[in-house]
Structure formats: C-alpha cells, structure tokens
Design a protein around this ligand. Sequence first.
Ligand code: FES
Length: 125
Amino acid sequence: MEHILQQYQTVAQAKVTNWFNVGNVNNFPENGGACIKYKSKQIAVYNFTRKSQWYACQNLCPHKMEMVLSRGMIGDASGIPKVACPLHKKTFSLENGGNLNGEDYKIATYPVKIENENVYIGFTD
Ligand code: FES
C-alpha cells in the first residue's frame, strides 16, 4: 500500500512542467468534488465556488487508503479551505494538505489553473 501513497507528492506551482487539461469547467460540480485520472494517479478536483477557487489533491485518503476524497465535503476551517473524508471525517487543508485534526496524516495537493473555461492541473511528471 505504501507505494500507492508515495506516488502522491505535493506540486508547487513554480515547479509544474505539465499542465494537464482535465476538461471544461462545466464538467465539475459547484462546491463539490470530482475525480480525474492522470497516469496511475487519481486526483480529486474541487470547484469551490463559495471561495471562487479551485483545488486539487490526491483522491486517496491516507487513513485507510481509500480512494474517496473527491466525495468528501468541502468547507472552511477559520479561513482554511478543507475537505473532510466521507468515511471517518478526517479533515485536510486544501492549501497545503495538512491534517486539521492534529493527526499525522497528510495529503498531496496540486496547483489548478483555469484558461478559456478549461481546467488544468499541474504535474511534474
Ligand atoms: S478513510 Fe478517510 S478518514 Fe478514514
């Protein structure tokens, strides 16, 4: 299982070498998540219209290694955009992937950009 987790590494915007087009903005639900596939990775993409922001992170919840985060509830924790896993409600920052319950779990986050109504996620591979 560890090798599945290890393929998810946070990508800083300045390090992006490949902006991958994942579809039109209208294909993504407002204030919810969707899952896309990039190579062997599953990436959760959130159209957070309440904050007028888009976020992307690994779909894999590191708690029980379930591919579920795209189905999580998004919200705000004192100004930090967050996603709560639908299974046991562990909560992660969508800005830096840190766990907001004070636990040792962390998720990888990816930059998102919108151009001409298309959604792009940044990767380094
Ligand atoms: S599997 Fe996500 S919180 Fe348990």
